[in-house]
Design a protein around this ligand. Structure first.
Ligand code: SAM
Length: 282
């Protein structure tokens, strides 16, 4: 197998008459060693079914095919999706292990195979919704590594009481333990983006509850962070019918209503949601 070099990436793009689209976050990795590193950090095993979102011209796909049992790639741009198997056949003996779907990742809710590891250089403008969507719809995803804009990586991996902690951090924590896994220079992309990138790794933990609880937890998270500077007794007052009732209910489960959403862990949000569900059942 040979990884794609910078000149080959540019050649392929010229051949396809591809002008990288900003709105589709088309910044292609031109350094094969970075792709190898991402696959190594993701700890891809020989029995893994790897899911890649946005394979683009195939840099990371080729590195993944070196390690995984098979790769399922989902690419929204049909020109790239059509070219990918051709590129892979040229550079690898493992073309039969690749399946490509032309689709928006957000529209994919099932696959004929069960992916076990997610490895992707995510399109920047939809990285958070795509990441959360995949964790929700593909419970067989055990772990993975995604490359995202540095600021988004910091938000996904943030812990309570930090400036970066917010909706993406808490929702991701519902599904998985998420942590930063290193920085990536903007010079390894073509075209070079005007932001830095970082790797984020995740490892799925045991479910914290069923879908009823998750939906309630996510609704409460949205409310708590909608007005970030406000206290919980104010932001959550619509659920309880007023801030005094909110404060009393929160206190009954050991949560101080004068705190802000940013102080709560995912477990605190679960405690609040469980109490709301119990009250509604009477
Ligand atoms: N994996 C390639 C690499 O590392 O060189 C390309 C990564 S590039 C940052 C993002 C890729 O995601 C592009 O190929 C783009 O066409 C694709 N893409 C953008 N939005 C998408 C979506 N909603 N669903 C699937 N693919 C998408």
């Amino acid at each position: 197998m040979s990884l794609l070099r910078a000149a080959e990436i540019r050649e392929l793009a010229a051949q396809l008459d591809l002008k990288p689209s900003k709105s589709l976050g088309q910044n292609f990795v031109i350094d094969g060693n970075v792709c190898k590193k991402i696959v190594r950090v993701a700890d891809v095993r020989s029995d893994d079914v790897a899911l890649e979102i946005g394979p683009g011209l195939g840099s990371l796909t080729l590195a993944l095919l070196e390690e995984a049992s098979s790769v399922v790639a989902i690419e929204i741009d049909s020109r790239l999706a059509t070219q990918l198997p051709i590129t892979v056949a040229k550079h690898s003996q493992r073309a039969a292990a690749l399946t490509v779907h032309t689709s928006d990742a957000l529209a994919i809710t099932s696959l004929t195979v069960e992916p076990t590891v997610l490895v992707a250089n995510l399109p920047y403008n939809v990285s958070v919704p795509v990441f959360l969507h995949l964790l929700e719809y593909f419970p067989t995803l055990r772990s993975g590594v995604v490359m995202v804009q540095a600021e988004v990586a910091d938000r996904l991996a943030a812990k309570p009481n930090s400036r970066e902690y917010g909706i993406p951090s808490v929702k991701a924590a519902w599904w998985a333990d998420v942590s930063g896994a290193g920085s990536v220079s903007r010079s390894i992309f073509w075209p070079a983006p005007n932001v830095d990138s970082k790797l984020v790794s995740f490892s799925r933990h045991a479910p914290l509850g069923d879908e009823v609880l998750r939906k309630k937890v996510f609704a409460i998270i949205d409310l708590a962070f909608a007005q970030r500077r406000k206290m919980l007794r104010a932001t959550l007052s619509p659920i309880y019918g007023g801030s005094a009732a909110a404060e009393a209910h929160l206190e009954s489960v050991g949560i101080d209503g004068t705190l802000r959403g940013e102080a709560l862990t995912i477990h605190d949000f679960c405690t609040i949601a469980q109490q709301v569900i119990r009250s509604a059942r009477g």
